[in-house]
Design a protein around this ligand. Structure first.
Ligand code: SF4
Length: 318
């Protein structure tokens, strides 16, 4: 009988006796260490469910989480999605994990709306970090996407305008148009990849006289990225599961593709054609922070069962 475990340890010692490895006669699947929602997303979903259970008219600006199945479930329980709260005269407004500019939260309260603040504590810490740097007399430089809700929330927490850059080119443009000052304080979008942030900080070192940095990258994000990169560089095919509207999932897929060009990004098992994985023997699976665990599980099951006879599956699991 084939010794599956010793084969795994021969090829990849770090995965030896690892419960993340599952195999069938044709291939092995290695799951990332953590899949499913991060704690900030779980907390936001729980607070919203609680609000829906206790109150009558609950609404939210945009989607609570970049996952249609979850948003459908909450909408079925009564959550209303709105584009603006300008027309809302009563009810409870849920603030997403990404946060909202403080002036808008106050404005909602002033209009008599109840507020359930589900802003992730790590995002709140990033807002505080930006304020600290501003109070030290620094021009705040935020490495991130200026259109992302989290960045709008951070900008809204500051007294003065900050510079937002998402790549080295944008930073050079800011320098050329004299928008960059000599004393800067840098923070990062919580879901950004450390490598990208490092590139921008390296460039800043050549441009500014004084740089203060507060690392606001979310630790669960960084752990998942490190783990996914490690996995992607060891497998033949890497699959990243998550919504295409989720910034952290898109970034995770791009990062994995950098280390393994043979990376596929799918939103669910239905999007994964069987022919995409049948020629590979070792496959890694990772997911974004707003991807429900059962969607990832469904992808794993498809990879392990789609092209084998039930009898083979039984033999493999024995
Ligand atoms: S990714 Fe990090 S910062 Fe964002 S919601 Fe999750 S735990 Fe919070």
């Amino acid at each position: 009988m084939k010794d599956e475990q010793s084969e795994v340890s021969f090829i990849f010692p770090s995965f030896r006796e690892d419960s993340r490895v599952e195999s069938q006669p044709k291939r092995k699947v290695i799951m990332a260490k953590e899949v499913g929602f991060c704690f900030g997303v779980k907390r936001a979903i729980n607070l919203t469910r609680q609000a829906l259970a206790e109150r009558n008219d609950v609404f939210i600006l945009g989607d609570l989480v970049h996952n249609k199945r979850v948003t459908d479930e909450l909408e079925a329980k009564g959550l209303r999605k709105v584009d603006t709260y300008a027309d809302q005269k009563q009810g409870t407004m849920v603030i997403r994990a990404h946060g909202l500019p403080k002036a808008r939260i106050q404005e909602a309260r002033d209009r008599g709306l109840e507020v359930v603040d589900a802003t992730c504590p790590i995002v709140l810490r990033a807002q505080e970090a930006a304020k600290t740097l501003e109070s030290r007399g620094c021009q705040v430089v935020i490495v991130g996407d200026r259109n992302h809700a989290e960045i709008k929330g951070i900008l809204g927490a500051l007294e003065h305008p900050a510079l937002v850059v998402d790549n080295v080119e944008e930073l050079r443009e800011a320098k050329a148009s004299r928008k960059l000052m000599r004393k800067v304080g840098v923070i990062f979008q919580t879901t950004h990849a450390l490598e990208l942030c490092r590139e921008i900080v390296n460039e800043l070192l050549m441009m500014c006289k004084e740089i203060q940095i507060i690392n606001t990258i979310c630790r669960p994000v960084q752990n998942r990225q490190d783990d996914a990169v490690d996995l992607a560089s060891k497998v033949e095919l890497m699959i990243v599961v998550g919504s295409r509207t989720s910034a952290n999932t898109m970034e995770l897929a791009a990062l994995c593709r950098h280390y393994n060009p043979n990376t596929i990004h799918v939103q669910n098992a239905d999007e994964l054609p069987v022919e995409a994985f049948t020629s590979y023997e070792l496959i890694g699976i990772a997911s974004g922070l707003s991807t429900p665990e059962d969607l990832v599980e469904a992808v794993k099951v498809k990879v392990l069962t789609a092209d084998i006879e039930p009898a083979e599956a039984v033999t493999a699991s024995e």
